[in-house]
Ligand binder design. Structure first.
Ligand code: ADP
Ligand code: ZN
Ligand code: ZN
Length: 816
């Protein structure tokens, strides 16, 4: 009897390939182990064994595998089941899933680039063949696998490479990401010049004319005497009741000396862990309700207003789960934006928290992977963004999906186009674990599921410490403009509130939505605005670099001096972005420190963290930012939030625009007044009677939900209907046009009026490819499985039409 294995390889193939193995290999191999297999003429891939069997393939002769790469499975059966589900549900190949699921260091392939490890190693530990490769890398900066094949004069070189990686002699190329960053905290001490009694006395005498500064110095002494610890700038400021500016003046004068201490986020150990907080009565009730709910439901939605203390409730559930020796997955929309939460959990759980992030280096990711695989004490709690659903859990007890409404849980490109929240529910079921979805502004689909009794439902309606919800006021800018009460983009009301807030020593956040609202340059004479040569879109003006950029393909040119079309020099930059707001604020409040947080300012090293820390330490008075500001940040001293323009969010052409605007505005509002004093939110709009704005200002989720659901019923949108979006792309417009008409027509023969399109999207050409979209709407009673089967069948006929073969086709299930 012959032995065969089916192997998943990380490329999009419809079917798994079968390879033949020897009886002894069959005895050794288990599903989930890696094997190196030949593919095509000369390629070698790393594959995962999906099945071991005795059925020879009918259509082709099975090739032999090259090599077994593992002693034990690195992927377990539950994962393979999850991969299968993802591939079926999201209509992609197992190869697509594998590529997304495994850290790249696990997937050596012919295109992999191999470089020297940064460390130098003791060459004597290398075997002969290993040494040859190592030596070659002393002369060449990088090698590909086939180069190594040539050097060693043999095909199967993966084992050698694997051993070299283990010996840290070589590295496998990947994009270079920064490591997770330690947090830098600012401290002050008296400058060494004043360490002697006499110098100190002299200083204090000198300062008798500057009583505030003198008071700061005296406070510094008393604080450090009582705590015997380094003194933080922020603590000194609070204790001495002096502004950060005064402390800065003392530093500038060389009287105080500033220094930084790294607060290491990773190494918390044993006894140093904080005990978890005592819950208040609302939190206790919620905790008990959740546990009750878990008796009846696998999934429960926790709807708790911003700052109600949801995190502390999660913490109790986590404590219990790990107490039962279970693993916990804590999913976050974007981990880079939640350093505060990371610190909080590490304070409680120390080393048991592992962080998994796609921006980690391959090495770090492999480390977390192995810890999870081995159910190690170092990875009892995994905190991660969407891709952490792919980790090799074997004993999962609880999944928390925090901020479950966030769009970034959905992967749009490339395949698998999965939604991590929905996939998490499937993952939890495979482990017979429970899932808790949490949000202050749940997605309509989750709330709907709760209402339909598919999910359990628990609420917290009070903020922790009974802090009041912020006072939200709408400002009619149409009216303000008429009455000439606008300065740039600021209403008199906003300026007034800002001035007052600053005077009281509180901080301000100004929110400017980014999407669909970028400054473009327009010629005042002929109306022309510069376009991207590759995409069907106007270029965006970036004041900071004085450039025009395309936000779709990255095309850049210097700012033009005169109109490309008519030569006029009378140019106008329309619209406003965060940069322009920042400029205007600086002019309005020149004495205060203004900073900006958006993609541009957070790109660099420590970019995001620097801004967060600066805001925490009150070195920034006014922060201008985009969506990034909405993500679960907890700042003590922010009292005013200004939303510069609500209308561009509301008018965005998407069926979820209203729901998302509501979520976004309430989330940013939630950043205001999280301590005793009530926060204030001002929303500037041309349309103050818009229902969504009324619902935001009264924090009325239920009204928003009911009204939006009505629209979803009427217009047949999710969560009432399901939908699959089909995108066709080609560089030739006529080809994509004909192809999409053919495709839509074939779909209509099956689904009749439930097919929309083909339509050109608002931006119809991106990177020189024309796009067409078709939308298939699926009523609840229609089988999703049969719908997908029909689409696949149509796709197969489509591929057999000669003229269409070069058209790229993308299927996106739940494309919202
Ligand atoms: P949410 O996640 O609902 O927005 P958080 O969990 O961030 O709310 O809580 C808001 C603030 O209240 C945090 O600063 C947190 O430390 C504090 N807090 C919440 N619950 C408690 C508690 N039981 N004891 C002490 N402080 C708490
Ligand atoms: Zn012109
Ligand atoms: Zn472009």
């Amino acid at each position: 009897m012959q032995n065969f294995i089916n192997v998943i390889i990380p490329i999009p193939l419809k079917k798994l390939f079968t390879y033949s193995i020897t009886p002894s290999e069959a005895e050794f191999l288990k599903t989930g182990m890696r094997v190196a297999v030949p593919f095509g003429k000369s390629k070698i891939y790393t594959g995962i064994v999906a099945k071991i069997h005795n059925d020879a393939p009918v259509a082709y002769e099975a090739k032999e595998i090259h090599q077994i790469l593992d002693d034990a499975p690195i992927v377990n059966d539950k994962q393979l089941k999850l991969w299968q589900w993802i591939s079926k549900y999201y209509m992609c190949t197992l190869g697509d899933v594998m590529r997304a699921a495994l850290p790249s260091a696990f997937i050596l392939e012919s295109e992999t680039i191999i470089t020297k490890h940064v460390k130098t190693i003791d060459e004597s530990i290398l075997k002969d063949d290993e040494f040859l490769v190592y030596e070659a890398l002393q002369h060449q900066s990088s090698l590909k696998i086939h180069d190594i094949s040539n050097i060693l004069d043999k095909k199967n070189v993966l084992p050698v490479i694997k051993r070299l990686i283990e010996k840290e002699a070589i590295s496998v190329e990947e994009e270079v990401y920064e490591k997770y960053k330690p947090k830098l905290v600012r401290y002050v001490k008296l400058h060494a010049n004043f360490s002697s009694e006499t110098e100190l006395q002299k200083l204090l005498d000198d300062l008798s004319r500057a009583p505030k500064q003198r008071h700061v110095i005296m406070t510094l002494f008393s604080v450090s005497a009582s705590t015997k610890k380094p003194v933080k700038v922020s603590d000194l400021s609070t204790e001495s009741d002096a502004s950060v500016a005064i402390i800065k003046a003392l530093i500038d004068k060389g009287i105080l000396e500033e220094y930084h201490i790294q607060t290491d986020r990773v190494q918390y150990k044993g006894d140093d862990n904080e005990v978890t907080k005592q819950l208040n009565s609302y939190q206790k009730t919620a905790l008990n309700d959740i546990k009750q709910s878990f008796n009846n439901y696998n999934v429960t939605l926790l709807h708790g207003v911003t700052s109600s203390g949801k995190t502390e409730v999660y913490v109790k559930l986590i404590e219990e789960a790990i107490g039962n020796n279970k693993q916990v997955l804590y999913l976050l929309p974007e981990i880079a934006l939640t350093t505060q939460l990371v610190t909080r959990l590490q304070n409680y759980f120390g080393e048991q928290v592992a962080i998994f992030h796609s921006k980690y280096s391959a090495h770090e990711r492999v480390e977390v992977w192995n810890n999870v695989l081995q159910n190690s004490a170092k990875a009892k709690i995994v905190l991660g963004a969407r891709s952490s659903i792919f980790l090799p859990f074997n004993n999962l007890g609880l999944i928390i999906v925090d901020e479950e409404h966030e769009q970034s849980f959905k992967q749009f490109d490339p395949a698998p186009r999965y939604h991590a929240r929905d996939t998490a529910v499937v993952l939890a079921n495979l482990h017979e674990a429970k899932t808790l979805l949490g949000s202050a502004t749940p997605s309509l689909e989750s709330y709907f599921n709760a209402k339909q009794n598919k999910y359990g439902f628990v609420e917290i309606t009070k903020r922790y410490n009974n802090v009041l919800m912020p006072d939200i006021e709408l400002v009619d800018i149409k009216d303000k403009l008429k009455k000439k009460r606008m300065k740039g983009h600021f209403s008199d009301k906003l300026i007034e509130e800002m001035a007052e807030t600053l005077k009281e020593g509180h901080q301000i956040i100004l929110f400017q939505n980014r999407r669909g609202f970028s400054p473009i340059v327009e010629c005042k004479t002929c109306g022309h605005s510069p376009q991207c040569p590759n995409c069907d879109v106007s270029l965006t003006y970036h004041q900071y670099r004085n450039q025009l950029r395309c936000h779709y393909c990255g095309y850049v040119v210097g700012m033009i001096q005169d109109c490309n079309a008519c030569g006029s020099q009378d140019l106008d930059s329309k619209g406003f972005g965060t940069e322009q707001i920042e400029e205007e604020v600086k002019q309005l409040f020149p004495d205060y420190k203004v900073a900006r947080m958006d993609l541009d300012t957070t790109r660099g090293k420590y970019g995001y963290e620097k801004i967060i820390t600066a805001l925490e330490q009150q070195e920034i008075d006014i922060l201008v930012g985009t969506q990034m500001l909405t993500k679960g940040l907890d700042f003590r001293n922010v009292k005013l939030v200004g939303i510069m323009n609500a209308d561009n969010m509301l008018n965005f052409p998407d069926f979820r625009a209203h729901e998302r605007s509501f979520q976004l505005m309430l989330q940013v509002s939630g950043r205001a007044g999280r301590t005793e004093e009530r926060g204030k939110v001002l929303i500037q709009t041309y349309n103050p009677y818009h229902n969504i704005l009324q619902q935001v200002s009264t924090n009325n989720y239920i009204d928003m939900f009911n009204e939006q659901m009505n629209d979803r019923y009427n217009y047949k949108y999710p969560p009432i209907y399901k939908q699959i979006k089909i995108t066709l792309k080609h560089k030739d417009y006529n080809t994509v046009d004909a192809a999409s008409i053919w495709f839509a027509k074939s779909l209509r023969q099956v689904f009749s009026e439930h097919v929309l399109g083909p339509e050109s999207p608002p931006i119809s050409r991106i990177r020189n490819q024309f796009h067409k979209n078709i939308l298939v709407k699926i009523p609840k009673k229609q089988s999703l499985f049969k719908t997908k089967e029909a689409i696949i069948k149509i796709n197969n006929s489509f591929l057999s039409i000669k003229g269409f073969r070069s058209v790229k086709l993308i299927l996106n299930v739940d494309n919202f």
